[in-house]
Design a protein around this ligand. Structure first.
Ligand SMILES: *Cc1c(COP(=O)(O)O)cnc(C)c1O
Length: 365
């Protein structure tokens, strides 16, 4: 059995460090906004070369609080991709703002920057690029458009911790970077967790206020906020893994290269890394017009595969109900019919990759 992600292999490798990090928290008993949360915030800020990092309860809240800190609310429009996890656009709608979807380029599955400007209106306040599957979105044109139209840029880095764009870490390029530490992400805890990074003192202090009931002085409240603090035990676990993240990402890149040389079928479209981009392969996603047969053949050999994502957001029932201008977004629609993600995690073995590639080559010659 080869799963999409095998969290057990990594736990066994790091068991001593993780178990002792957890016991130290239990002995220390500072469970809420304790020393591991502030240490992780400092370490993540330093890793990204930014002034601030603030832990929050999950990646969805990172996006939500980032939007709130940028003052986005009722009636505003936010440009984003339809080819992503629901959370990216869900938070926009949760604030009674409107997600405006721009199609993707099928090579990287990220925003097609040439189509952004035509969707900007007087109501547009921000762009949320997603670094999907670990591949950086094309940030240079995005930042250029944002400067030109005075828009905020909130990077959804949930799948891309450590990825770089022309030498800069994703999350440090726009106004705010949002991360998720959900257990299957490439940097993860053993439960929910998230973080924002920013160079703005105002944004950082507003997220700190919002994530703790709109309060900076206990029992004095200046905003309607949330209970969205990063958990101390999760922070202790993530600190252990942060030390290894570059090594883990390098292994993912090595596995991706091994997949690419072992999958020889000309009917499969393999993932690519654009010039100047360091991909972290949160997912290894191939494309085929025959993906059902591939998934079936893999399943027969007890190999997992998954479709991220089967329905682009502009065609999701919830957004169809909310908006009536669902322009066709042909690349997103086509990709959602053809993508298939294969097992990918640092501990995957060379033999497993060859076995998986062999099944794919046999089905799709
Ligand atoms: C996982 C994910 C999120 C949400 O993160 P949670 O921690 O699960 O709330 C947001 N955007 C993308 C692209 C994701 O993959």
């Amino acid at each position: 059995m080869i799963p999409m992600v095998d969290l057990k292999r990594q736990y066994h490798m790091l068991k001593e460090d993780i178990d002792s990090a957890i016991s130290r928290v239990l002995e220390d008993t500072r469970f809420i906004l304790g020393p591991n949360v502030s240490a992780l915030e400092e370490e993540v800020a330093a890793y990204h070369g930014v002034r601030h990092a603030v832990g929050v309860a999950n990646g969805t809240d990172a996006l939500l609080l980032a939007l709130r800190a940028c003052g986005i609310g009722e009636g505003d429009e936010v440009i984003t991709t339809p080819f992503t996890f629901i959370a990216t656009a869900e938070v926009v709608a949760a604030l009674k703002a409107r997600p405006v979807f721009v199609d993707i380029t099928p090579d990287t599955y990220n925003l097609d920057c040439s189509q952004i400007a035509q969707k900007i209106t007087a109501k547009t306040k921000a762009i949320i690029p997603v670094h999907l599957f670990g591949h950086p979105a094309d940030m240079m044109p995005i930042m250029e458009i944002a400067r030109q139209y005075n828009l905020k840029v909130i990077e959804d880095c949930a799948q891309a911790f450590g990825a770089t764009y022309h030498g800069e870490k994703v999350g440090s390029i726009g106004d705010i970077g949002c991360f998720s530490f959900f257990p299957s992400k490439n940097l993860a805890g053993y439960g929910d967790g998230g973080m924002i990074v920013t160079n703005s003192d105002e944004v950082a202090s507003m997220v700190k206020i919002l994530h703790n009931h709109g309060s900076s002085i206990r029992y004095y409240h200046q905003e309607i906020g949330y209970n969205s603090r990063l958990d101390e035990i999760q922070a202790a676990i993530i600190r252990v893994k942060l030390k290894k993240i570059d090594q883990f990402n390098a292994l993912r890149r090595r596995h991706a290269a091994a997949y690419c040389s072992a999958i020889t079928s000309r009917n499969i479209i393999l993932p690519v890394a654009s010039e100047g981009c360091e991909h972290v392969y949160h997912q290894f996603t191939i494309r085929s017009d025959n993906r059902g047969a591939l998934a079936d053949a893999l399943q027969k050999k007890e190999i997992a595969s998954a479709v991220y994502y089967p329905v682009p957001l502009h065609q999701q029932e919830v957004f169809m109900k909310l908006h009536h201008d669902s322009d066709p977004l042909p690349q997103s629609e086509k990709c959602s019919q053809e993508v298939l993600s294969l097992p990918m995690f640092p501990e995957l073995s060379a033999e497993e990759i060859l076995l998986i590639a062999d099944v794919i080559n046999k089905v799709s010659r």
